[in-house]
Every structure is written in structure tokens, then in C-alpha cells.
Design a protein around this ligand. Structure first.
Ligand code: ZN
Ligand code: ZN
Length: 139
């Protein structure tokens, strides 16, 4: 993939200047095994002692998404967005409608699904599936 080449081994996108804040945002995402909201990232940076504005975090995230280093997923009918470090792995999430907890799904419902198109020719390259319900704490 062309996109891969633009990202260096340490996960840093080529052509992007390193700043403390950008590095902290990426480090938080790299160290997380689940997607985080901008607010989550913001509070984690605060906890580490370095400071950043929430608006700065958003700006950095948008930049990283554009560079392909970070994946943005809209959840809760696009009311909320979560971000994760792009590990080039295919994953789906289930979202709790009460506490907004995000749970990683082990399988893909599209694995055995062959989309059919009536008259159209269409090559599928990806999909988005939103699973929602209640987690075990909210059930
Ligand atoms: Zn819940
Ligand atoms: Zn899938």
C-alpha cells in the first residue's frame, strides 16, 4: 500500500514536524488498545504532566487522520468520534448506549457475507459496521 510508505517505522508520518504535543497525542494512542475520544486523549496528556488545549488535540488528531497514522471512527450516529493508532488491522467495535464504553469485537460480521448488487458493478474495499447495545455494567 502506498500509504504505508509515508509512515516511518516509529509510526511518525513523513513530512510532519515533531512537536511535544503531537508526540504526546500519538504516544497516548499507541499505548492504548482501544479507541479513545479526543477528551480521553486530552485528559491522559494532562495526567502525564504536559499540557495541551483540547482544540490543539483536535487539530493534531485531524492532521494525523489526514496522514493515515490515526483512524477516526464516528460512533453513536456520528455524535461522537473516537481515534486509534492505525495498526493496519481490521477491527469492529460495539458501543454501549448508556456509558459509551467501546468493546472490541473478535470477529467480523462481513467475513462470510458476499454483497450483491443488482445492475451495478462495484468493488468493495471496506466497510463500516456500528454495533450498539448495553455493556455488562449497564444491562
Ligand atoms: Zn455501559
Ligand atoms: Zn469487518
Amino acid at each position: 500500500m502506498n500509504r504505508l510508505k509515508k509512515i516511518k517505522d516509529d509510526g511518525w508520518p513523513a513530512g510532519v514536524k515533531k512537536t511535544k504535543q503531537r508526540e504526546s497525542v500519538l504516544a497516548v494512542l499507541k499505548n492504548s488498545d482501544k479507541p479513545l475520544s479526543a477528551m480521553d486523549i486530552y485528559s491522559k496528556i494532562e495526567k502525564n504532566g504536559s499540557s495541551a488545549w483540547l482544540s490543539t488535540v483536535y487539530r493534531i488528531l485531524e492532521l494525523m487522520v489526514k496522514k493515515g497514522v490515526v483512524i477516526k471512527t464516528n460512533i453513536m450516529n456520528s455524535e461522537m468520534a473516537v481515534y486509534e493508532f492505525n495498526r493496519f488491522k481490521h477491527k469492529h467495535y460495539a458501543v454501549c448506549m448508556r456509558c459509551n464504553k467501546i468493546i472490541i469485537m473478535d470477529n467480523c460480521p462481513m467475513d462470510k457475507f458476499i454483497p450483491q448488487f443488482k445492475d451495478e458493478e462495484f468493488s468493495v474495499i471496506g466497510h463500516n459496521i456500528e454495533i450498539f447495545g448495553f455493556c455488562k455494567d449497564c444491562k
